[in-house]
Design a protein around this ligand. Structure first.
Ligand SMILES: [Zn+2]
Length: 183
């Protein structure tokens, strides 16, 4: 996926990573060139050993501790960005939401999870975080996602959800779009 913003400062001269030269094991190297790699998630650095003058390349990547999702059944699984993207794409298939927007939603949800929840998050909370974002972007996609997520089975439940949404939209002073003509 494109559009992922990186947090690396490529021009930073203070590199606190200790790198061992693969040739002489020296820990003194100078960086000749830095470039973002892997879609901005890692930094490729071309280095030269100050002691033996050999050149080599390192890839530095920030790894965040994986988040574990606790499902309704009580079972746990490692949070999968791809899985979340797939579930949003399914609910947004009829809505005009770009993959870049979906990517941004997932970025935001992922960073909220890392900020608010140290290691574990329930699948319910995860779904609610997605719905909060969808609600702001596309009420139609939100309703579709909510209907799957909340397992809305009856028309009356669906209408309740639409009313809630309409009230919230009015409350936040956003012009209410025309909601579902056909459910
Ligand atoms: Zn060396």
């Amino acid at each position: 996926m494109n559009g992922k913003a990186g947090n690396f400062n490529l021009n930073s001269s203070s590199i606190d990573t200790i790198v061992q030269c693969p040739f002489c094991k020296s820990e003194n190297s100078k960086v000749l060139e830095s470039r973002s790699a892997d879609d901005d998630r890692s930094v490729r650095r071309r280095r030269e050993c100050i002691d033996c003058m050999q050149r080599y390349t390192t890839y530095e990547r920030v790894e965040l501790a994986p988040i574990v999702v606790i499902k309704k059944s009580g079972s746990r699984e490692v949070f999968s960005r791809d899985k979340l993207i797939a579930s949003i794409i399914r609910s947004c298939s009829k809505a005009h939401i770009s993959t870049a927007t979906i990517d941004n939603i997932v970025d935001k949800v992922e960073s909220i999870m890392h900020q608010r929840f140290s290691r574990e998050v329930s699948s319910i909370t995860l779904g609610e975080l997605v719905m909060e974002e969808l609600k702001l972007i596309d009420p139609m996609a939100y309703l579709r996602y909510a209907s799957i997520f909340k397992k809305i089975n009856s028309i009356s439940e669906f209408i309740d959800e639409m009313k809630n949404l309409e009230e919230q939209i009015l409350y936040t002073d956003v012009r209410a779009p025309i909601l579902l003509k056909s459910a």
